[in-house]
Write a protein that binds this ligand. Sequence first.
Ligand code: PGA
Length: 260
Amino acid sequence: MSKIRKLLIAGNWKMHKGVRETENFLNELKESFDNDVFDKVDIAVCPPFVSLYTASIVLRGSKIYLGAQNVFYEKEGAFTGEISPSMLKEIEVKYVIVGHSERRKIIGETDETIAKKIKVIVEEGMIPIFCVGETLKEREKGIEEDVVERQLIRGLKFVQKQDDFVIAYEPVWAIGTGKTATPEIAGKIHGFIRSKLKEIFDEKKAFEIKILYGGSIKPENIQELISHPEIDGGLVGGASLKKDSFISIIKNSIRSLKYD
Ligand code: PGA
């Protein structure tokens, strides 16, 4: 099977790894891949803010990309505790996670603030990894597609056709629970997301956009997930924290690919 879109595997470290641990981890990680791996899969790590600059220095000259876990939607000003898009851009951040369910639920992030964040990220030339996904209750009610559609339409409100972005479908019931969506369950929603992207933008744009799956990805299930034509990679939480499991996920993700 060959993939239509280049794979992306991004590690979301959440609130793990301070400066020293980040430095050690990334110094080892960047030596762990042969060059041809990067032809098949884009690799990114998303450390917490305090470790981002160190990560940026360690990764300079390597092919591993840097991602942030959040950003504020204003460019500069009196916003105590916030980080602006240009600050991230300055240290060579490429991706920014937006709308993660933990931020929606625990921090109270709304579709409105998510839309504003996505706007400033693309304006700064970075790529949002925009997370959507339903809770277990919503799935049990059979309204998962309605939820995802609403999140998509509201979050992409300011996005133009020429803007680059990535969608991560992360069913809340699968995050950190050890319960992974099957490739069929994830693939069905990915297909639905792509059909909505077609309605919002057009067929070409919908075809180009990477849709990642996230939620209890492990070395043992990534290959099967990637085998689904609609799944273009993964946003990996817990299993990205250990070097061996993150490396195995990346290596297994390309195992089912065959290039002519
Ligand atoms: P998990 O987290 O892999 O630990 O389930 C995924 C995520 O929250 O992005």
